[in-house]
Design a protein around this ligand. Structure first.
Ligand code: NAD
Ligand code: ZN
Length: 358
C-alpha cells in the first residue's frame, strides 16, 4: 500500500478525516471499527458494478476486523438516486435493524454517495455514514462536503440535506477498473479546482507526464475541504465550486441528461464561462485558451457543438435564477475565481457568437 495521506475537514464537532492511499480498501474494517457504537450490522450501500468488482476485498477487510455487515446492492445509474432507490435503501436499513447509533457505508460513485448519504441523513433523523468513493468524480468532489440528495421527477437534487460523513476512505487503486469516460468525467472537475484556486495544480495538469493521481486527489480534497470549512452551507465561497456549472447544467438540461456526462458538460461550461469573462473584460485574456488546452490534454472536448443560443431558456429556468439574475462564477485569471450576480441579458450578450448559433 502507498503511504496514507490524511486531511481533516475542520467543522467542529462534525470534523472528519479524509484518508487517501492506493490499496486503502484493505484497511476499511480497521478504519470503521472504532466508529461503531452498537453491535448491529453495518449496512454497505453499493451498486452492482462496484460490488461485482470489490465485494471480496471489502468483505474480507470488514470481516477481518470483526465488523458485521450486510450489503444493499442497487443497479448502477443515476436512475437510482430517486424515490424508489431511496425506498430500497430504507427497506434495507429497516430489515437490518440499523439504529441511530449504527453506521452505514456508501461504497460507490457519486450516485451511491448522494443516495446513501441522504438516506443516512434522514434515517432516524440522522445516522452516521462513511464515504468510500470509487469514481474519480466522487473521490475529488462528491464524497467531501456533506451535500446529499436524491432527484425528483421535477428536477435534479431537489430533495436533499447537508449531512457530513464521519470519515472518507479513498483508495485510488479502485480507479483501475473505472471506464475511461468516467476518468475524463472526473478530470473535468479536477481541472476546475486548478482553474478556481490553484495555478500550480493547473500547470501541473498541463504537463506530460502529469502529476500522480493520489497527489492530484489529495490537492482537490484539500481545496474542497478548505472551502467547505469556511462556507459549509453554500452561501458564499462554496459557490466557486460551481465554476463551469451554470452553463454546464444548462447543457445537461438541454440534452435531457442524456448524451453528456456531467463532467463533459462542465468542460464546455468552463470554456464558455472563461470566454464570457474575457469578453466582459474581467478575465485575463488567454484563460479560455489555457483551459481548452488542459481539458483537451485530458481527453475532454472543449467546444460545445450544440447551439449556444438554445442554452438561454435553460438558464432562465435554472433553480438558482432569482429575479432574472444568476450567480456566475467567473475567473480573474487561472487560479483565481469570483462570484458575480449576472443578469440573463448580460449573459446572453457575452455568449453571443460563441460556438454555434442559429
Ligand atoms: N454531493 C456532491 O457534492 C456532489 C458533487 C458532484 C456530483 N454529485 C453527484 O454525483 C453523481 C455522479 O457520480 P459519478 O459520476 O461518480 O457517477 P456514478 O456513481 O453513476 O458512477 C459512474 C459509473 O461508474 C461505475 N463505477 C463506480 N465505481 C467504479 C469502479 N471503481 N470501477 C468500475 N466501475 C465503477 C458505476 O457503477 C457507474 O456505472 C450525480 O448524481 C451528481 O449529482 C454530487
Ligand atoms: Zn460538478
Amino acid at each position: 500500500m502507498s503511504p496514507v495521506k490524511k486531511l481533516t475537514v475542520g467543522l467542529g464537532e462534525r470534523r472528519y478525516d479524509i484518508l487517501i492511499a492506493e490499496g486503502l480498501l484493505r484497511d476499511l474494517g480497521s478504519l470503521v471499527r472504532p466508529l461503531l457504537s452498537s453491535d448491529g450490522p453495518v449496512a454497505v450501500v453499493t451498486d452492482e458494478n462496484v460490488w461485482g468488482a470489490y465485494s471480496d476485498a471489502a468483505s474480507a477487510s470488514l470481516a477481518a476486523s470483526g465488523v458485521k455487515f450486510e450489503p444493499i446492492v442497487l443497479p448502477p445509474g443515476e436512475g437510482n438516486k430517486s424515490m424508489s432507490g431511496l425506498a430500497t435503501v430504507y427497506d434495507g436499513f429497516a430489515g437490518l435493524g440499523v439504529t441511530r447509533n449504527g453506521l452505514v457505508i456508501a461504497f460507490g460513485g457519486g450516485v451511491i454517495g448522494d443516495l446513501c448519504g441522504f438516506a443516512a441523513a434522514t434515517w432516524m433523523r440522522g445516522a452516521r455514514f462513511v464515504q468510500v468513493p470509487t469514481t474519480l468524480l466522487a473521490q475529488v468532489d462528491s464524497s467531501v462536503g456533506g451535500k446529499t440528495a436524491i432527484n425528483l421527477p421535477q428536477g435534479k437534487n431537489l430533495a436533499g440535506a447537508f449531512h457530513q460523513p464521519s470519515l472518507v476512505v479513498i483508495d485510488t487503486g479502485l480507479l483501475g477498473t473505472l471506464p475511461d469516460r468516467e476518468i475524463k468525467n472526473g478530470m473535468s472537475e479536477v481541472v476546475k479546482y486548478g482553474a478556481i484556486r490553484s495555478e500550480s495544480l493547473f500547470e501541473a495538469l498541463g504537463r506530460r507526464p502529469g502529476p500522480e493521481l493520489p497527489d492530484v486527489i489529495f490537492e482537490c480534497c484539500r481545496i474542497k475541504g478548505e472551502i467547505v470549512e469556511r462556507d459549509e452551507r453554500d452561501f458564499g465561497e462554496r459557490m466557486l465550486l460551481n465554476f463551469g456549472h451554470t452553463l454546464g447544467h444548462a447543457i445537461e438540461r438541454q440534452s435531457g441528461y442524456e448524451g453528456y456526462r456531467h463532467g463533459e458538460a462542465v468542460a464546455f461550461g468552463s470554456v464558455l464561462a472563461a470566454s464570457m469573462g474575457e469578453r466582459m473584460g474581467v478575465t485575463e485574456p488567454g484563460s479560455a485558451e489555457a483551459l481548452r488546452r488542459t481539458l483537451a490534454l485530458h481527453g475532454l472536448e472543449t467546444d460545445y457543438p450544440g447551439d449556444v443560443s438554445e442554452l438561454l431558456p435553460a438558464l432562465a429556468s435554472d433553480k438558482k435564477n432569482l429575479g432574472g439574475e444568476v450567480n456566475m462564477v467567473l475567473l480573474r485569471r487561472i487560479g483565481d475565481a469570483f462570484v458575480r450576480r449576472t443578469g440573463l441579458s448580460e449573459i446572453a450578450s457575452a455568449l453571443e457568437g460563441l460556438g454555434r448559433w442559429t
